[in-house]
Ligand binder design. Structure first.
Ligand code: F6R
Length: 605
């Protein structure tokens, strides 16, 4: 799980290579490195730390030239050390390689190379590959042939970019199960793990498919199939992501900026053509059994969707965490909907591959264009939320949930569970939603910030809700844990009395997600739990809707949200809880955009 990048320029790429890995840093940030050809030789510098740290130590900004590769790492094979950082050089220093993914048979290959006298500097699978290259070149004296021969020997999932002093005009790239895209500029071409690698320099991209390799020059590129060796013609995509949306735009953290992007993100989700949404609803309707799948936040999005689909369309679909998906026996005719921001998450990809193998229909909601999941399913909805740089998912998760509400409404209509009139009323609500989100963000952030400051010292939280507010509480607890490192446990409010209530005392705080009073049954059940906590001396904080005096009376502090359609009340609380986690983490001085131990795109199992 790493970011890789390469540039071939007809003149000098200046600092563009360094900037490109800076823009990929969210994919991994424990070490990084750059290799360029200078005076016919490969100059390699790498070290542990984030890009700015390593730049200070190694002066990466001085590494300029016409051709180079760079890498930002999140360790998988071998610990975080300078030796294990990428790029990796072959023993004769004539080949350098950056790699994302896993070479599964690297141990056998390493042993073979060791027995042939190769010395290794690192413990990585990548260094094995770069030495295979050197050996293959010694036999064929042909760089393309050497690249292919080395590739034939490795198994697993990988995207690789190779630089060699034998050909200072071209980069050699390959994609297999890990993402890789080309960026096409004027007198300059790029390769990267995702669009952020080159979005600053070009809007033209080519998405590589499985098993394709590329020889990339400054003015030309040739894509071929590894299997057949035949040339492949690909269409060039025009990227419409706004560069500003991928920058911090004046906010102190990407997380806050991305929360404040949410009105726009929801607008984008509303622009997705109805036919695309209906196509998923029809797939659900036509399947014998359907599943909703994601992992981490996207699992909670799946759980929230489960409640919406059940209440609006009267269909109950299991929501499953992708890493647990193997417990299900999938049959032909089943339908699996995957939700993934990055489109590269290993657990979700693996579950989808299995589902496809068993004959299921597959669909996905994905944010990253050209990502593996977006290309492997029968039907994909690109959510269009723009780059999400903060490691924790906020705007992407909200947009996914909004899209799923749209799916639930289409399904409700198809199944005759809601009338055309009700459907139309909800469509009007959907259209108003972006403005409501804007208003809530502007008006509530101050109140949320105050409560977050007052309570940031709290080490144990219970996040409690009923009905759809229960998965919202779970997702919100995950946000809290991720950015504050404090313990937060999401659970159904009614579940509390079946055990967890014994923990309650004044130091343990409970955050209640209280539905609007018109959702009578859910509201009543939530208030009962609030009373249970309060009467045991627990501290009650509540997200309530204005005018709910009963709930307010039970809480020591509350965020009072202006009335909204019950369709959106859970989503609004989800946004408020994102802000709550953000401000608590800010007060605690946490590394908000890159919480410890986490990476944005989890492409390993
Ligand atoms: C939490 C978070 C993670 C991801 C999970 C799936 O804030 O971001 O839990 O939701 O790793 O990632 P994607 O959505 O890229 O498949």
């Amino acid at each position: 799980m790493c970011g890789i990048s390469g540039i071939v320029h007809s003149e000098n790429f200046g600092r563009n290579l360094l900037n490109s890995i800076r823009n990929l840093e969210y994919r991994g940030y424990d070490s990084c490195g750059v290799a360029v050809i200078q005076n016919g030789k490969i100059d390699l510098r790498k070290n542990i730390g984030g890009i700015d740290d390593v730049n200070l130590k190694e002066r990466l900004d001085q590494m300029q030239g016409k051709i180079g590769i760079a890498h930002t790492r999140w360790a998988t094979h071998g610990s975080v050390t300078q030796e294990n950082a990428h790029p990796h050089l072959s023993a004769n220093r004539k080949f350098a390689v950056v790699h994302n993914g896993i070479i599964s048979n690297y141990q056998q290959l390493r042993e073979r190379l060791l027995s042939e006298g190769v010395c290794f500097e690192s413990l990585t699978d990548t260094e094995v590959f770069v030495n295979l290259l050197e050996k293959s070149f010694a036999e064929s004296n042909d760089l393309e042939q050497a690249f292919l021969t080395a590739l034939q020997q490795i198994e697993g999932s990988f995207s690789i970019v190779m630089l060699s002093s034998h050909d200072p005009e071209h980069l050699y790239c390959v994609k297999k199960e890990s993402p890789l895209l080309l960026g096409l500029g004027e007198g300059c071409n790029y390769v990267g793990s995702d669009i952020n690698a080159f979005l600053e320099y070009t809007r033209k991209a080519v998405v590589l498919d499985e098993g394709e390799y590329v020889i990339l020059g400054p003015n030309d590129y040739q894509i071929r199939s590894l299997k057949t060796g035949k040339k492949v013609n690909k269409s060039v995509l025009q990227i419409d992501w706004d560069l500003e949306t991928s920058k911090k735009g004046g906010y102190s953290h990407y997380m806050l900026k991305e929360i404040f992007d949410e009105p726009q993100t929801v607008r984008q989700a509303m622009q997705i053509p109805k036919e695309q949404i209906s196509a998923i609803a029809e797939m659900f309707d036509g399947s014998s059994r359907s599943y909703l799948m994601g992992v981490g936040t996207t699992y909670y999005v799946a759980c929230i969707s489960q409640y919406y689909i059940s209440t609006i369309a009267d269909r109950y679909y299991s929501a499953l965490s992708s890493d647990e998906f193997s417990v299900v026996d999938i049959h032909k005719g089943d339908m699996v909907l995957a939700i993934s921001q990055s489109g590269e998450t290993y657990d979700t990809k693996t579950a989808l591959v299995n589902a496809k193998d068993c004959g299921a229909q597959t669909a996905a909601i994905v944010n990253v264009m050209g990502s593996t999941i977006s290309m492997m399913v029968d039907h994909v909805i690109m959510q269009g939320s723009g780059p999400e740089i903060c490691v924790v998912s906020t705007k992407a998760a909200l947009a996914q949930t909004f899209i799923m509400v749209r799916v639930a409404l289409e399904l409700g209509l198809i199944r005759g569970r809601i009338t055309k009139k009700v459907y139309q009323k909800y469509q009007r609500d959907l259209e108003e939603f972006p403005e409501i989100v804007e208003k809530i963000l502007n008006e509530q952030s101050g109140f949320v910030r105050n409560i977050a400051r007052d309570t940031s010292h709290v080490e144990h939280w219970l996040f409690l809700g009923c009905g759809v507010y229960y998965p919202v509480a779970m997702e919100s607890a995950l946000k809290m844990k991720e950015v504050t490192y404090q313990h937060a446990e999401g659970m159904p409010a009614g579940f509390l009395k079946h055990g967890t209530l014994s923990m309650v005392e004044s130091a343990v705080h409970s955050l209640f997600f209280v539905p609007p009073p018109e959702q009578k049954e859910l509201h009543e059940r939530t208030l009962i739990a609030m009373e249970q906590v309060k009467s045991r001396g627990g501290t009650v904080i509540a997200l309530i809707f204005q005018g709910d005096d009963r709930a307010q009376g039970l809480a020591s502090q509350s965020v009072k949200i202006p009335p909204v359609s019950t369709l959106f009340a859970p989503l609004i609380q989800m946004i408020i809880a994102q802000m709550f986690a953000y401000y608590a983490a800010l007060d605690l001085g946490r590394n908000i955009d890159k919480p410890r131990n986490l990476a944005k795109s989890v492409t390993v199992g």
